[in-house]
Write a protein that binds this ligand. Structure first.
Ligand code: NAP
Ligand code: ZN
Ligand code: ZN
Length: 349
């Protein structure tokens, strides 16, 4: 026995997402069934369904910024109860036993964690289906409590955009006295700016054109530089301790490495299909680091939610109905999102 729920799925790399029904499994002892209220649209959803990262199996329901209410729990669930407001992010399971999992870094599980969509569900071997749906069934350890003071209609993007920027900012010690630049101010980028500013860092936004300048300063940036202005970018040479690249497309990464001071790090979280070209001498003379980072572990997501609650940090969102998903995708691809689309899951019915 399974439960049939309404969802929106991609059925090919090129076609629109369409209404569909999918099955959610009956609860295993440690499972939580969540009635989804809101689901954010991450650029990774678009990369996935369009096959940017390789072929996938269709139909595929994406969405890994999920917020809702616990509707039912399995008999051995202890972490959540019916009625709780909870969230699910990018990972929905992991091995729990490897060194990374034991350190709370399930996003780096050495045995391969289970992605919330387009992963293999260890419970039944099926391909996982994500948050653009009415309900989801997830192991309790990968369901996080959402603090009551965070607005349910806006909080979903913290589950990916929030944690994906929070985690490297913390790991590379962003804070008072550090100079942090964020490249690209979309969903991830705008959260990176807000979080880095709240951590006390001196924040520079690097974005194309001047359309987002006022927003960047309002989000806490100390300065804004138009990346299409080579002279203005050049003035930042050697000036940054940490750069977070959130750009979804290929980038002349050497130019941005040049903005790092000695021992600075450029952490790439953007995930374009194309490889970067990295000249050796963009790194060597200043002992620079080019690094990557993915999402964050469950404990770190809870820490990030508490940090956002304490500092009053929320994503800027535009609430849409399911029938607007395809238009929203085009707007994300055109960098015309301010700054995250959130789907009202009641519209999947
Ligand atoms: P998004 O909202 O579309 O933001 C991406 C931003 O990149 C845009 O707002 C734009 O910023 C800039 N950009 C887009 N196309 C560009 C181009 N051709 N040249 C230069 N800049 C361009 O996307 P997102 O949801 O924040 O995701 C960003 C990337 O991170 C995606 O590749 C996504 O898959 C990846 N991601 C990675 C992780 C992880 O764990 N590492 C997690 C989530 C997402 P401006 O308009 O300000 O220039
Ligand atoms: Zn994401
Ligand atoms: Zn593991």
């Amino acid at each position: 026995m399974t439960t049939t729920v309404h969802a929106y799925a991609a059925t090919s790399p090129t076609g629109p997402l369409v209404p569909i029904t999918i099955e959610r499994r009956d609860l295993l002892p440690h499972d939580v069934r969540i009635d989804i209220e809101y689901a954010g649209i991450c650029h990774s959803d678009i990369h996935t369904v369009r096959g940017d990262w390789g072929p996938i199996t269709y139909p595929q329901v994406v969405g890994h910024e999920i917020v809702g209410r616990v509707a039912a729990v399995g008999p051995e669930v202890t972490r959540h109860k019916v009625g709780d407001r909870v969230g699910v992010g990018c990972q929905s399971n992991s091995c729990r036993t490897c060194e990374q999992c034991r350190q709370g870094r399930d996003q780096y599980c050495l045995n391969g964690n289970t992605q919330t969509y387009n992963g293999i569900d260890p419970a039944d071997g099926t391909i996982t289906q994500g948050g653009y749906s009415q309900a989801v069934v997830t192991n309790e350890d990968f369901v996080v409590a959402v603090p009551a003071q965070l607005d349910a209609a806006r909080v979903a993007p913290l589950l990916c955009a929030g944690i994906t920027t929070y985690s490297p900012l913390k790991h590379w010690n962003a804070g008072p006295g550090t100079r942090v630049a964020v490249i690209g101010m979309g969903g991830l980028g705008h959260m990176g700016v807000k979080i880095a500013a709240a951590l006390g860092a001196d924040v520079t936004v690097l974005s194309r054109g001047t359309k987002k300048k006022d927003d960047a300063l309002a989000f806490g940036a100390a300065r804004y530089v138009d990346t299409t202005d080579a002279d203005a970018l050049g003035e930042l040479t050697g000036s940054q301790d940490l750069i977070i690249n959130t750009v979804s497309a290929g980038l002349d990464i050497a130019t941005y490495l040049g903005l790092l001071d000695v021992d600075g790090a450029l952490v790439n979280v953007g995930a374009p299909a194309e490889p970067f070209s990295v000249p050796a001498f963009s790194l060597i003379p200043a002992r620079r680091t080019l690094a990557g980072s993915t999402t964050g572990g469950i404990a770190e997501i809870e820490e990030m939610l508490a940090f956002c609650a304490e500092h009053g940090i929320m994503p800027e969102t535009e609430l849409i109905g399911a029938e607007q998903i395809n238009d929203a995708y085009e707007r994300v691809l055109g960098a015309d999102v301010r700054y995250r689309f959130v789907i009202d899951a009641s519209t999947f019915a």
